[in-house]
Design a protein around this ligand. Structure first.
Ligand code: ADP
Ligand code: MG
Length: 262
């Protein structure tokens, strides 16, 4: 049984030009301790897929299973979502933004505050609890967005291009922290990016998507030969280029790359 499993997910939209097939029969899975990425061009349906996984959107066909339970079209407390834009509420302090994750679920306020303080400490942001999002850096805001998800203790964390807008050094720091967190907390991370380098560096497994209709055209298991969470160390692995090439080939020419693997 997989932590997260999607079976034959299809999504269509009626448009003025006829029916648009956004997702065409997607099947995939992700397990505990696993970092799984989806790589694909803009418009291939990555955000639509995430909205289906979280139950915000219902697929026209197929099902989403979490720990073997059919959760299609229903919200799920086991799945947390970190969006591309951090989407913190500017009128709430950092602490109030973090507890929001639990507040919306009607949790105990004092307990939520305790958890939020523990998270601030863990992510080396003690002293920032009473600041407002507008007065902290973009990297810190992304950390707060992650804490807001982590406070609900999800099994699966979905991240939609969460680090896209950050400076390279900052991105590397946050990604190293993320891998460290995955190792300690034993979660499942499902990550969306259009950046092959990022996917290879972070992932245990990569699904390659193409657009119109959105389909999975490749699945690549990555083994960089290191257990390090340090992004530069992973990036400099001598296996890195091989995986980069494999993924690039399946994007550039899905059919021939598939033949090559087979
Ligand atoms: P990605 O996140 O990979 O960039 P999206 O999931 O946002 O892609 O969008 C996939 C495709 O679905 C795009 O072509 C987009 O225009 C289309 N789309 C998304 N939402 C709707 C909608 N509500 N109605 C019609 N088309 C939509
Ligand atoms: Mg998107």
């Amino acid at each position: 049984m997989h932590t997260l499993e999607a079976r034959n997910i299809c999504k269509f939209y009626d448009t003025r030009d006829g029916v648009l097939t956004v997702l065409n029969g997607l099947c995939f899975h992700a397990d505990r301790d696993e970092f799984v990425s989806f790589v694909g061009p803009s418009g291939c349906g990555k955000s639509t897929l995430f909205n289906i996984i979280t139950g915000l959107l219902e697929p026209d066909m197929g099902s989403i299973l979490v720990d073997g339970d059919d959760r299609t079209g229903r919200s799920n407390e086991k799945v947390g979502y970190v969006l591309q834009k951090d989407l913190l509420f500017p009128w709430r302090t950092v602490l109030e933004n973090i507890v929001l994750g639990l507040e919306v679920r009607g949790g105990n306020k004092a307990e939520a505050l305790d958890k939020a303080h523990a998270l601030l400490k863990k992510y080396r942001m003690q002293g920032y609890g009473n600041k407002y999002p507008g007065s902290i850096s973009g990297g810190m805001r992304q950390r707060v967005a992650l804490m807001r998800t982590m406070i609900t203790d999800p099994e699966v964390i979905l991240m939609d291009e969460a680090y896209k807008a950050l400076d390279y050094p900052l991105k590397i720091t946050l990604e190293s922290e993320l891998l460290e967190m995955l190792r300690e907390e034993r979660k499942t991370i499902v990550f969306v990016t259009h950046d092959i380098e990022e996917a290879v560096t972070l992932s245990d497994r990569v699904y390659v998507m193409k657009a119109r209709p959105g389909e999975i055209v490749g699945e690549i298991s990555v083994d960089l030969g290191t257990d390090s969470s340090d992004i530069p160390t992973r990036r400099m692995s001598r296996h890195f280029n091989d995986y980069y090439e494999l993924i690039w080939k399946s994007i550039a020419s899905p059919v021939s790359a598939a033949e090559e693997v087979a």
